[in-house]
Design a protein around this ligand. Structure first.
Ligand code: GLC
Length: 559
């Protein structure tokens, strides 16, 4: 079967706000992105995913959309976006837009209308419920961002009812039971495809359907953070029966269009329920990304976890499903800090983690800055943080009696701001991101870690990533090969083959800070030559006892 364009793609997520500021207002913009397209081309990127670019009050940096069909003026104009799109296409780079269909901003015209009266034509676009007899919230659901009193319901004076918001108070959930809302969304999505974009990344797409009847959750509140008895119960709105009917209709009306690529954010998705979302015959989504490796709060990746997760998803792949390989995005920590070494072996571990993502089955997505080994940040004051998952829980902890230092330490490590500090282009003021005052502080390590310094170094993360993306172009086994793991008991060494009709690749990686022993299993016969390695005089696959240096990895091809 002929491949779809996305199956061979190398993805790259741009968080525009933090990428490159062309006009000195401290906020990244589209003209900044245009100026950096050649860099992305050099890196080997063939598909950009833009985090939301729409008009938005920025309560959640654009995931609170006030107008789905207009570009945020801080980022530029529709003309700028068109220019960017055409230029990207002329360079062989596709562009997909983030689409937030679970909720809008409370400043969206639909919501402003909706709240006005019960017979307003937009009333049903959102989820309104009366208060209980004592005036309290319709049920005990808690919101993810834990703003206000922690409830997922907000009283609206104008409407005289509560509305549901799974996320922030300023992010009311849209009502997918309402056909008029659906029609409005289909029209909007189709207009974007007509405009020339190549598809969508679908924000929290598994959460569009809510538990019918809105029953109370019977789960216990999390002891540390939940307040007033409200419970963050994912099951009430994730993978709820009926979700597939909604996505199939989206596919029939929009996503099924020629060459349109969809990538769902798979909250609550695992290898068991993923096939229903992504097998081609289901006609729902083209691909999904899951959280089993890249979990913001998760512990450091282990070899065993890597093998288990990759093996179980490989089964989904064998059934015909496509999934995304990534270790970080705008919602995570920096991968080199979370899973690698951000001190002595920063470059090498960044290269190793990249190798794992670019040599396993699926579509690799790079998150901006990963290709130069950007690291987590630690600010001294909560006032320097912006992310809702950081600020909301911080104040919830204070309300629960924690002292500020403990609360800050708790939220800082897993803050999404780790990934959102401005891109570090060079060692100049503000890391070359802006001439003005950056909207979020630059990581203080920018003088050491920046693109210019990386490219000038003998050992560069960026140049290594270029080789990874070249491997994908030149070696069919990277895209098509089956994956099989060797040395499955090893606590540190990850070793696997990728085999297709045309070739066999073998990948070895030491996921630890220690030197470890390595011996190729006797079952593996024949000679290998090295395609890529991150340590100069590295292992040779001699079949004898060898030593893998800390964070050493290499990709071999069978001769
Ligand atoms: C997704 C986005 C995240 C956002 C949330 C609510 O998880 O990736 O950044 O805060 O949805 O829209």
């Amino acid at each position: 079967m002929e491949k779809k364009w996305w199956q061979t793609a190398v993805g790259y997520e741009i968080y525009c706000k933090s990428f490159c500021d062309s006009d000195g207002d401290g906020i990244g913009d589209l003209r900044g992105v245009i100026s950096k397209l050649p860099m992305l081309k050099d890196l080997g990127v063939t598909c950009i995913w833009f985090a939301p670019l729409y008009v938005s009050p920025q309560a959640d940096n654009g995931y609170d959309v006030a107008d789905y069909e207009a570009i945020n003026p801080d980022y530029g104009t529709m003309e700028d976006f068109k220019e960017l799109l055409d230029l990207a296409h002329s360079m062989g780079i596709r562009v997909i837009m983030d689409m937030v269909l679970n909720h809008s901003s409370d400043e969206h015209r639909w919501f402003q209308e909706s709240r006005k009266s019960k017979d307003n034509p937009y009333r049903d676009y959102y989820i309104w419920r009366p208060a209980k007899a004592d005036g309290s919230e319709p049920n005990n659901w808690g919101s993810y961002f834990r703003e206000g009193n922690g409830s997922a319901w907000q009283w609206d004076e104008v409407a005289g009812e509560y509305y549901l918001h799974q996320y922030g108070i300023k992010m009311p959930d849209l009502n997918w039971e309402c056909q008029a809302l659906r029609e409005e969304i289909y029209g909007m999505l189709n207009r974007w495809l007509d405009f020339g974009i190549d598809g969508f990344r679908l924000d929290v797409i598994t959460r569009l359907k809510k538990m019918p009847g809105f029953p109370d959750s019977t789960k216990k509140p999390e002891p540390k953070l939940d307040r007033n008895g409200f419970v963050v119960d994912r099951d009430m709105c994730t993978n709820v029966e009926g979700i597939h009917q909604i996505i199939r209709e989206l596919n029939r009306r929009v996503f099924g269009r020629e060459d349109c690529f969809t990538m769902g954010e798979g909250a609550g998705v695992n290898p068991t329920n993923a096939p229903d979302y992504i097998l081609p015959e289901r006609q729902e989504l083209d691909s999904i990304y899951h959280f089993q490796l890249a979990s913001r709060k998760g512990p450091r990746l282990t070899a065993e976890q890597f093998r288990t997760v990759q093996k179980s998803w490989a089964k989904v792949g064998e059934m015909g499903g496509t999934y995304i390989q990534y270790l970080s995005n705008h919602d995570s920590q920096r991968q080199v800090s979370q899973h690698g070494s951000d001190k002595a072996y920063r470059t090498r571990s960044a290269q190793l983690l990249g190798t794992l993502m670019h040599t396993t089955p699926g579509i690799p997505f790079i998150y901006q800055g990963e290709e130069i080994g950007m690291v987590n940040v630690r600010f001294d004051s909560i006032d320097d943080y912006n992310c809702c998952y950081t600020v909301g829980p911080y104040y919830a902890m204070l309300d629960n009696g924690f002292d500020p230092a403990t609360a800050l330490a708790d939220v800082a490590q897993t803050s999404r701001d780790n990934a959102r500090t401005p891109y570090q282009w060079n060692a100049q003021k503000n890391a070359g991101f802006t001439d003005g005052k950056p909207w979020l502080k630059v990581n203080p390590r920018y003088e050491e870690i920046n693109l210019e310094a990386d490219l000038a170094a003998e050992d560069s993360v960026f140049r290594y990533y270029q080789k990874l993306t070249a491997l994908r172009r030149e070696h069919p086994a990277i895209v098509e090969g089956n994956i099989s793991f060797l040395l499955e008991e090893d606590p540190n060494v990850i070793c696997y083959t990728r085999v297709c009709e045309k070739e066999t690749l073998l990948i070895v990686a030491n996921l630890s800070e220690e030197e470890v022993a390595f011996k190729l299993p006797e079952s593996v016969k024949g000679g290998f030559s090295c395609l890529l390695r991150n340590v100069k005089e590295g292992i040779g696959l001699t079949g004898e006892n060898e030593l893998l240096a800390p964070w050493e990895c290499a990709v071999f091809v069978a001769e």
